[in-house]
Design a protein around this ligand. Sequence first.
Ligand code: ADP
Ligand code: MG
Length: 464
Amino acid sequence: MDQNQMWKVALGQLELKVSQGNFLTWFRDTRIKEIKKGIAVIETPSAFAHEWLSRKYRNPILTILKDLDSSVEDVSFCIHSQPQESIGITPERRTPNIVAQKVPRPTPVPVTKKVAATPITAPVNKTLNSRYTFDSFVTGSNNEVAYAASRAVVGKPGELYNPLFIYGGVGLGKTHLLHAIGNEILIRTPSRRVLYVSSETFINDFVQSIRERNTQWFKDKYRDVDVLMIDDLQFLAGKAKTQEELFHTYNTLHSEGKQLIMSSDRSPKAIPTLEERLRSRLTGGMLVDIQQPSYETRLAILQEKAVATGVVFDQDALAFIAKNIQKNVRELEGALKRVVAHCELNKEKASLAYTERVLESILDQPQQRAVDSGKIIEVVGLYYNLSQSEMCGKSRKQEIVRPRQIAMYLLRQENRTSFPSIGDLFGGRDHTTAMYACEKIGKLLEHDEGLVQDLNFIKERLYA
Ligand code: ADP
Ligand code: MG
């Protein structure tokens, strides 16, 4: 099997496991350099990606590669031999159109005025992904209001709906719409300064500016724009200082008639510890949500995306995918890509039978997923050397509390167990304890690499 094709298939599968932002950030421009003596060497474009991939994604990569080629025993990572622009200084410039920029700026480079260069054809904006357009966005009853509001903003940035706030579950097209707005505004008026950032970038930049005691470049970057888009605002929960800064940023932009667009995985009301005055500002414009797509919309999305792949799908194959993958569009797309890659690899037609076969393993997961609750508690206990009675008992020692919280988190994540039932499983605890535990672990996982690995191990055992 050709290494390039194999990596393509692997990427298709990894994309299902990783958030879109992470995927673009860490897997862009990666490839298999060689497979030698059972070791697959993955080439990455930067030291940063190298470190993250090897620390965070080593196991999933290995599992997938092994699955594709049983001679693979291990993976290692290397950096492109070609000299890269030094990372960090102008990270955004390394990969145009990258969606998430997580590389923190090491020195407070004053942001020079936005590039005035105006290409004649497609607009270039290094913060926007040109693939995400209104044209490629399929509408249905689940998203048409959000779509219409986004369109309206393009017509009159800063005037009509300001701010525009789009919320909805993961993989339902929020980021896509944000980029579509940005792209479309630039097509109409290339001189407009459009800035798209993830909340993480906003937070990192803010922290950086404080640490460097230089807030000017931060202000230049965020206030000297016509359109500011901040994605996944839920990550600002609990970050009081950043929220305050956003509040001021909002005020400045708003008073100058500049457009602010935000997204979040939940309504601003449901973001815990969002400061009241900020909340009221954010909800003071247009608030729209995106729901899960219906079967018809899912099918329409698949048809649209299938055309772009170049592989000709039988209609019943697409229907099969639409029927079986319901939760979000990202997974829908991931499944489609997986089938496409397998078809290309094995020179097969995208028939119903072949599609069923290729997707068998990922579609099985939901059933596999409902692991016995007792088993989750047992496996977590085993991992941390705790007995069942310790796990469910009353002790509040930190070395017991944390594993207990992890078990609660897993029950929620893996089995979708309700908070009250989780409380019951742990000796009749209150549902708020379970909620707190899940939130706590969720937060820790954002930063704590060790914990991420622990959880991966535990999950491997769970599903072994
Ligand atoms: P979110 O930001 O809500 O988590 P994304 O915008 O990243 O979701 O969408 C995930 C993937 O699904 C993207 O590749 C996007 O292009 C695609 N997608 C989502 N909704 C639609 C839609 N209505 N039509 C076409 N593609 C969509
Ligand atoms: Mg998103």
